[in-house]
Structures are given as structure tokens and as C-alpha cells.
Design a protein around this ligand. Structure first.
Ligand code: ZN
Length: 300
């Protein structure tokens, strides 16, 4: 990769990648949806505040800014935390109201869900919300109306698609990099980073891929995207992933528990390395540079 400026993205030989945190608590993840009822959430031990404090320190020490895709449910309960995150220069974006997956909602309920979340996020921070990430990357071939609703509500970008096959999510036919899902609309979709190994794609922008596999595998995947594909990577993680002391409900399925709890203790150190080894920024910055790239491919 050459140094200099290409589409405003490459500076000193390092491309600007999107750093994102999906702000939800340990009991709100898809893996526990069948064992923890939404109506019981209020009585559970919330740990999101202390975990976000640690993330803010980690980002500050590395001198990076990122995007916090936050549930409306969380923002309503922790307005001071939201103001601290926004005040530190990070972007506040939407992760929907209470982590209901888009394909479970239908068009009307989805429109109501994201409008409700956005109102709270904007009210508590006083800043405009222009980005959205679907819970569990749940915009896929089943939800052709989802991007239309986002465009109607004036969102600038979405980062809600995983162009892979996975047991919980995925839209295999979607492009790997930023595209315009709606003809005639400015909205862009910036999928989570994938890696191609032996002609197979896997989600490589965070989650279990980052936490369960050696750090070098993620470093390789991001380098491939930046250098071979000449595109920004989109990385995500969750506050509960840096929290080895979170409650552990024994009733969850074994596979979910293995995936959820492995390597929580080494996560902070891995993240600290990642944020220093690459160049990172807010998703709205990445969206702006990707939107300026011409031509962006059209719908999947
Ligand atoms: Zn989530």
C-alpha cells in the first residue's frame, strides 16, 4: 500500500479503520435470549457502566476515538455515562431499543424501535445520531425493508450486515465492503469485516473471532483488508467482553456459555494492542470516506 492520501483514507501508510463498541449488558446478548426474559432485566446486576469506564480509559491511553452503538434501554438508564462517552469525543450511534433482532420485528415495529432508541440517545447527549447497527447483525436477505426504513428516518450509514454464513447471523450474498443498499438514497451500509480463507468468508471484525483466536489472526485479517483489498476494516466488541467477573447463568446452553466466557480475562490486553497497531476512528468518519469513494457498488 502506498503512503499519501487516497480518497482521504490513507495517511502515512495507514488506513483509517472503524472502531466500534456495541453497548449492551451481559444479559442482553443474543446467546442468552432464550434463558433471560426481557422483563427481568431491571432486576439484574448491571455492569455496563464500569465496563464502559474501562473502555474509555483504554481508548484514551491509546489516543483513539470510536463509535458506541448503544441500546436505547441502556441510554435511558445511564444518561450520565452517555454524556461522558460523547464528551470524550466518541460518536454515539444506535443499536436499537432492546436488542430485538430486525428480522424478528417486521417493518412497522422496526421503524418504531429505532425511532424510540434514537430519541433517547439524542435527548441524553444533545447530539444527532446518524449511524445504526442492527442487534446481532440482523439485517439480511429476510429484511429488504430495513435499509429503506433507515433511509426514511434520515440515517447516514448502517453497519448491520455480516456478509457471511454463521449459525446465528449472516447475509452471504451481501458485498464485503461499503455499498448503497437503496437506489437513489445516500444511505450506505458498511458491513463488518470479513476474511477470506480458502475461498470461504468468515466474520473477522471482532466477536468470537477476535476473542477466541490468537491476536495474530485478527492482525492478519485487518492487514489483508487494508493492504490487499485497500479498504477500511470495521471492528466491534462489547463491554461485557472485558469483564471476567460478570454473573454467569448456569442455565444457558453449553455452546453459548463457552462462546461467551472464553478469554474474557485476556480481552483488555488484546484490545489494547489492537488499538495501537492500527489506525482507528469513528464510524461516521469511515462512512464519510467510504461514501466519497466512487463508484460504490449498489444493492446486494
Ligand atoms: Zn448487540
Amino acid at each position: 500500500m502506498s503512503s499519501g492520501v487516497l480518497n482521504g483514507q490513507v495517511l502515512n501508510g495507514q488506513m483509517l479503520n472503524g472502531l466500534s463498541v456495541d453497548v449492551e449488558d451481559w444479559f442482553q446478548v443474543g446467546a442468552f435470549e432464550t434463558v433471560i426474559d426481557r422483563k427481568d432485566w431491571d432486576g439484574l446486576d448491571c455492569r455496563v457502566e464500569r465496563n464502559c469506564e474501562q473502555i474509555l480509559s483504554l481508548f484514551e491511553e491509546a489516543g483513539v476515538k470510536g463509535t458506541f452503538f448503544t441500546l436505547g434501554w441502556i441510554a435511558e438508564r445511564y444518561p450520565a455515562m452517555m454524556r461522558r462517552i460523547a464528551g470524550a469525543g466518541h460518536e454515539i450511534a444506535s443499536h436499537g431499543w432492546d436488542h430485538a433482532r430486525v428480522f424478528m420485528l417486521g417493518r412497522e415495529a422496526f421503524a418504531a424501535d429505532i425511532a424510540r432508541a434514537r430519541k433517547v440517545l439524542e435527548d441524553v447527549t444533545g447530539q444527532r445520531v446518524t449511524g445504526y447497527r442492527a442487534p446481532s447483525f440482523s439485517i439480511d436477505a429476510r429484511t429488504p425493508w430495513a435499509h429503506e426504513v433507515l433511509a426514511e428516518q434520515g440515517y447516514v450509514y448502517s453497519s448491520s450486515v455480516a456478509p457471511v454464513v454463521h449459525d446465528h447471523y449472516g447475509w452471504r450474498e451481501a458485498p464485503r465492503f461499503a455499498f448503497r443498499p437503496i437506489e437513489g438514497a445516500d444511505l450506505i451500509e458498511i458491513p463488518v469485516t470479513t476474511a477470506e480463507v480458502a475461498r470461504r468468508r468468515m466474520a473477522a471484525g471482532g466477536g468470537g473471532f477476535f476473542r477466541l483466536l490468537p491476536y495474530a489472526v485478527s492482525r492478519w485479517a485487518i492487514r489483508q483488508v487494508n493492504e490487499r483489498d485497500d479498504r477500511p476494516a470495521v471492528f466491534y466488541f462489547h463491554p461485557w467482553e472485558i469483564d471476567p467477573d460478570q454473573p454467569r447463568p448456569a442455565v444457558a446452553p453449553l455452546k453459548s456459555r463457552l462462546r461467551h466466557y472464553t478469554n474474557l480475562d485476556v480481552m483488555a490486553a488484546k484490545l489494547s494492542r489492537l488499538v495501537r497497531e492500527f489506525r482507528w476512528g469513528r464510524m461516521d468518519e469511515v462512512a464519510a470516506t467510504e461514501a466519497a469513494r466512487a463508484p460504490l457498488s449498489r444493492a446486494a
